[in-house]
Design a protein around this ligand. Structure first.
Ligand code: PMP
Length: 309
């Protein structure tokens, strides 16, 4: 993502305020120690309905609440409040295009020492307009990173902590500096975890394979959506198991999933073409259905869309 053009309003310190007033001090615990947890949520503008539809808002606020538990964070807002605030913010910013929301719970106290208990936390949220975060059309050229995924027992990926994105930034930077679009990051045991900010799926012999939930990764909401679509709409078996690096090179298809990445086919790994170097048929089908679902066009998946009224 390049420089951001933030919406006019943000939620900060208990209310919606002009973005210029949403500022934290350099003394803030989270700024010093990376003690924040966050979400990335997309809203898709439906021209037909004249509304933004927020995708899987409730699952995102629930995941945020679970992250808060892991990081010993208590805030005054309930998950229902957070969902309402997200909707209100999109409404106040008046977007009539696709948007992205970034709710953050952070250790707001000005206190010394990297501990968690007894340190005050606050909730804030910003909102921008956002088109594609990565190329979803022609396929990405990716590499296997020399950086390892930080283990869940060191910094829990499950908690989506701000601090753990140092790991993502190192992997993504290395990939870009070497001329790739994105990185695939391995775990300490050498099996595949995920991309810098996205989950990964291999397609082999008509089967979808993805690393398991306890595989040092963020259990993605897009991952879950695509797994449901794959089995319900395409009748594909979905297998969660560790994936070896070498399986990537010879697989039939490969794609990433994520709120930012959406469903993004990969066309090469470490300069080896995947299939014929074009997005594969299963990846394309899943992507098409996913895009219809997020735009509220599939009745069955309408439960995933929260309209901003
Ligand atoms: N892994 C990481 C490290 C991420 O940052 C993201 C993006 N939130 C994902 C996976 C995908 O998760 P989701 O589909 O819930 O956005």
């Amino acid at each position: 993502m390049a420089k951001m053009d933030a919406g006019r309003f943000a939620y900060f310190d208990g209310s919606i305020v002009p973005i210029e007033d949403a500022k934290v001090s350099i003394l803030t615990h989270a700024f010093n120690y990376g003690t924040g947890v966050f979400e990335g949520i997309r809203g898709y503008y439906s021209a037909a309905e004249g509304k933004v539809l927020i995708f899987r808002l409730h699952e995102h606020v629930e995941r945020l609440a679970r992250s808060c538990k892991i990081m010993c964070m208590d805030i005054q807002e309930t998950p229902e409040d957070l969902a309402r605030i997200c909707c209100e913010l999109v409404k106040r910013n008046g977007y009539k295009e696709d948007v992205y929301l970034r709710p953050i719970v952070y250790k707001s106290e000005h206190s010394l020492g990297p501990k968690l208990k007894g340190i005050e936390s606050k909730f804030c949220c910003w909102n921008i307009k956002l088109g594609d975060y990565v190329n979803v059309d022609t396929g990405l050229d990716v590499c296997v990173s020399s950086w390892r995924r930080v283990s869940d027992n060191a910094i829990p990926a499950r908690a989506k902590t701000t601090g753990s994105y140092v790991n993502s930034a190192l992997a993504r930077t290395e990939a870009e500096q070497a001329g790739f679009d994105e990185a695939i990051v391995l775990r300490e045991d050498g099996t595949v975890s995920e991309g810098s900010a996205m989950n990964i799926f291999v397609v082999n012999n008509g089967k979808l394979i993805t690393p398991p939930e306890n595989g040092d990764l963020l259990v993605g909401i897009t991952r879950n959506s695509v797994m449901e679509i794959a089995s319900a709409e395409l009748g594909l078996p979905v297998v969660e198991r560790p994936i070896a690096r070498t399986e990537l090179y010879g697989c039939d298809e490969l794609f990433f999933t994520g709120t930012g990445a959406q469903v993004a086919p990969v066309r090469s790994v470490d300069r080896r073409l995947i299939g014929d170097g074009k997005p594969g048929p299963i990846s394309k089908k899943l992507q098409d259905i996913y895009f219809e679902a997020v735009q509220g066009k599939i009745a069955k998946y309408r439960r995933w869309c929260t309209p901003v009224e």
